[in-house]
Design a protein around this ligand. Structure first.
Ligand code: M6R
Length: 607
């Protein structure tokens, strides 16, 4: 949440900052700003409410904005409404210090009361307190900027922050610090950059330095000095990011979400190439398999769509590998840890690898010395670094706020891992399960579905465009997918959509059914198909408009959408696609910004 960029030592600082912010817009998009300094006494602070395009217009409308060093921010509001005053950079009262921040300062009110009661604040943000504090420690206590920054950080308790600070009197220096919020330093040729996500700066450099919580970094055009909390120098090698900047472009697609839905068949093929031999045997790190095999229970921990992928994964681990598996929402698990089994193994599912709720659980898990695996799309992300093991999703950058290809990649990779575990344990179910062939069938089936866009556009217009609410229902795996498809619909089209276990309808929810309420039944499991069909009859009898998404093995003449047949354990990979497309076209036909729905941000880095 919130995107940060910085650059020092480059004549194109303004465009580097604006382009970087545009690529980080998925992290927050209610207001934005930049501060640049040209080293010759001229500096500019430009902020605007709205999107980066609005900021660009404001920069163009402001005379001669230029500089070699600067910082920028795109905001997802936590403290104070979206406005120019609350946009970052925040500035100290004397106009000397400029600060951008991603995170939440939990004790900002106490700090304000204790140190700054005489200061007149111009924003409602927690961030302004920090920049005023640095200024206070420099101007009133005579500390140099670094010491003042360090002292300020020491007062922040458990707060989360990624900070980029500039001092007008030392204008080629970026002061950088992080705790819980992601930040990377990018190493350029004669200049350096800072960013929340390497995607922002891939056109400037592919070599990055990771930062750890509690570290402070002083970045100049030709120098990067990392120090730990004790002030000791830290040496660290760069890592290379092997992503082509073009992969993060939407090309000719109107929205990233549609591009990412379309990429799913290839993601299935890529996972098959990376994790399966030609004969279909899984290629998974032996130490990881041993660690999981010695566990008596798996705990999958995740948020949002990743949690929904975990619900499907649990069924795969249980049915193919015979390992009891629980799935938990990170934000609940973090502060209400259930009684654990004797030898737990944790699996963190996270597209971004930065989700604050999941990271909080991982920190607890590490403290308790339990082994863990992060399954993520982002190499070198925080959860990837901090877990015992990592498996990458290889889905390519996912930019749309609504997660699609990461969900199907997470399920496919869990299927491969479950197969590997089951085989290692001599489980017949795993040996008989040809995951390579299944992924090939899934890829073809996905392709057939995404080729039918006009059908989904039409269905979205007729069934979902004007409804205030809608329900997805199913049982077992179909219930798990109902939760995900309902989330897709609600988050981008603002239809009040809920996913229900269809057997639960008569226990209360059926009271909500009115004339023409859309109820979408997902039917892919032979043993419960008849039951869900009966539940659909019951809502139809009360006026609901029913729609069915059914595998062709279970289809009847009147079914709405028929899915190609794959193994029943893999149907989630196909049944979710109509839900993704229905959500997309509902949002599109309402004229909404599909990729950037209201109130949301892609990477949820605050708890
Ligand atoms: O990066 P993560 O997978 O950890 O993110 C978890 C959720 O924030 C995310 O899946 C969210 O629910 C999506 N916007 C849903 O489309």
């Amino acid at each position: 949440m919130c995107g940060i960029v910085g650059v020092t030592g480059n004549d194109s600082a303004v465009s580097i900052l604006l382009n970087g912010l545009q690529r980080l817009e998925y992290r927050g998009y209610d207001s934005a700003g930049i501060y640049v300094n040209d080293q010759n006494g001229e500096d500019y602070l430009v902020k605007e409410k709205g999107r980066i395009d609005d900021l660009r217009k404001e920069v163009s409308a402001t005379a001669n904005v230029h500089g070699t060093t600067g910082i920028g921010h795109t905001r997802w509001a936590t403290h104070g409404e979206p406005s120019v005053a609350n946009a970052h950079p925040q500035v100290s009262a004397d106009g000397r210090f400029y600060l951008v921040h991603n995170g939440v300062i939990e004790n900002f009110q106490d700090l304000k009361n204790d140190y700054l009661s005489d200061v007149e604040f111009t924003s409602q943000t927690d961030t302004e307190v920090i920049v005023q504090l640095v200024d206070r420690f420099v101007t009133k206590e005579g500390l140099d900027t670094l010491a003042a920054f360090r002292k300020t950080l020491s007062l922040l308790g458990h707060s989360s922050y990624g900070f980029l600070l500039m001092d007008k009197e030392d204008p080629d220096t970026l002061y950088v610090a992080k705790n819980k919020s992601p930040l990377l330093i990018g190493v350029g040729d004669g200049f350096n950059v800072v960013c929340s996500d390497s995607l922002a700066m891939l056109d400037q450099t592919k070599d990055f330095l990771e930062l750890h919580d509690g570290e402070i970094v002083v970045v100049k055009p030709d120098e990067i000095k990392i120090t730990n909390q004790a002030g000791e120098a830290v040496q660290r090698d760069t890592f290379h990011v092997d992503i082509d900047a073009a992969q993060a472009d939407k090309g000719t697609y109107p929205f990233y979400m549609l591009k990412e839905i379309d990429e799913q068949p290839n993601v299935m093929r890529k996972l098959s190439q990376v994790y399966l031999n030609d004969d279909g045997t899984p290629v998974i790190n032996a130490d990881l398999l041993d660690a999981i095999k010695s566990a008596d229970r798996l705990y999958i921990v995740a948020a949002g769509t990743s949690y929904h992928a975990g619900l499907v994964g649990a069924k795969l681990f249980e049915s193919l590998a015979g390992v009891p598996t629980e799935v938990h929402v990170s934000s609940e698990f973090a502060y209400n840890q259930p009684l654990l089994s004797k030898k737990p193994f944790f699996i963190f599912l996270t597209q971004s690898g930065e989700t604050a709720d999941s990271r909080e659980v991982l920190l607890n898990v590490n403290e308790q010395k339990f082994p863990s695996l992060t399954i993520t799309n982002v190499p070198n992300s925080t959860l990837s670094r901090e877990a015992t093991y990592t498996l990458l999703l290889h889905a390519g950058p996912e930019i749309a706020v609504a997660s699609t290809k990461a969900y199907t990649a997470q399920i496919a990779l869990q299927a491969i891992l479950a197969k590997a575990l089951g085989e290692a344990d001599d489980q017949a179910a795993a040996k008989d399960f040809d995951v390579k062939q299944q992924l090939a069938l899934v890829a073809n089936g996905m392709q057939a579905l995404v080729d039918e866009k006009a059908t989904f556009d039409k269905l979205a217009k007729s069934a979902l465009l004007h409804t205030p609410n809608a329900f997805y229902i199913g049982r077992g795996l179909d219930y798990a997918v109902s939760l995900e498809t309902a989330l897709k619909l609600k988050e981008i089209s603002y239809v009040q959509a809920e996913g229900f276990a269809s057997g639960e309808l008569k226990h209360g929810t059926i009271a909500l059914i009115e004339k023409d309420t859309p109820v979408i039944g997902i039917i892919t499991q032979q043993k419960t198909a008849g039951l869900t069909r009966s539940n659909l009859q019951e809502v139809a009898a009360r006026g609901a408009k029913t729609i069915t998404i059914v595998t062709d093995a279970l289809a009847k003449p009147d079914d709405t959408i028929v899915l190609p047949t794959v193994d029943e354990r893999m149907t989630a990979l196909l049944s979710v696609v109509p839900g993704q497309l229905l959500a997309y076209y509902t949002s599109l036909n309402k004229g909404l910004d599909v990729d950037k729905p209201r109130n949301l941000a892609k990477s949820v880095t605050v708890e």
